[in-house]
Design a protein around this ligand. Sequence first.
Ligand code: F6R
Length: 367
Amino acid sequence: EKGGYEHFMLKEIHEQPKAYRDTMLGRIDHANHQVVLPELKLSVEQIKNIRNVHIVACGTAYNAGLIGRTVIEQFARIPVENDVASEYRYRSPIITPETLVIVVSQSGETADTLAALREARANGAHVLAITNVVGSSIARDADDVLVTLAGPEIAVASTKAYTSQLIAFYLFGLYLAQVRGTMNKEEVAHVLAAMEALPEQVEAMLGQADPIKTYAEHIAKHKHLFFIGRGQDYAVVQEGSLKLKEISYIHSEAYAAGELKHGTLALIEEGIPVISLVTQESVMEKTVSNIKEVKARGAEVLAISYEEHAAELLKSVDHVITIPKTLPILTAAISVVTLQLLAYYASLALGHDVDKPRNLAKSVTVE
Ligand code: F6R
């Protein structure tokens, strides 16, 4: 049941703080400031021997894997590649027994992801599944399962499953870092404290959705728009763009902010909305220059950033929406919520079937 919400999607967006808490529950040892994942068969020896990681998934789960990559690379310093499951098998990926393959799937039934899992295992890799469904085919066939505790997701557009996958990646990345000694106790404790603040931060955001709704009603008049970002923000806007296309049918493209000038800038014309996600302070100045490039060509720019940067950003953009601040590596778990709400309210404004967009199924069991 929709529990008083107009759509399952909105209900599931609001269930995210709980999904974060449930996915962390029992996996953080507060006394010792460490992550505990007793369910994993992956041994200390195996973890020490991992040479590379492949993250394989489809759609939104693939997008979660993009964040997973930055998390594992930063925390554990292991090289990571992301693959779309339907491409993975056919590119003869270099898989060895020292390869850890992580498949990500809300349903655990996606045919391409399951086939990729089987291929990886046949090549001797250890396969870890991050899934929301314990008894699913993917959970059954994997060597290890890290369950996300998002609860059933009914809306076709995935929201709380994606963010729970992020939490799973944060936990797993820290776990790898502990075993491999790439982070010390204080560093792990620092990240854990920031993770534990996320649910309340998201709750606060959910209570302040009006500016997002207003902006969504505004973009609903447009046929095309762009998302830009750098680093984590680039990964998040890819998910935001998918979500918007999926349920509002507004065409959008997500671009690495620095890449626009290599062709796409030709599409920027008077009045086109450009949504820039600007949370990564180390590259903020660079993103602002990219914003100026699109502004100079007539784009109308929204910046999503932290309160402390709003005044400065308003010198270069038309609108600012602020979000709560967290560590740079964890921002996706906050910023994506704004983009989910944006897609939701745009779809609503256009009168579409939010929970059941045309042409799509919740679980894709054909290759
Ligand atoms: C988009 C969406 C899809 C799924 C994809 C993979 O909102 O839900 O892109 O993420 O079909 O599904 P799972 O995670 O069940 O393997």
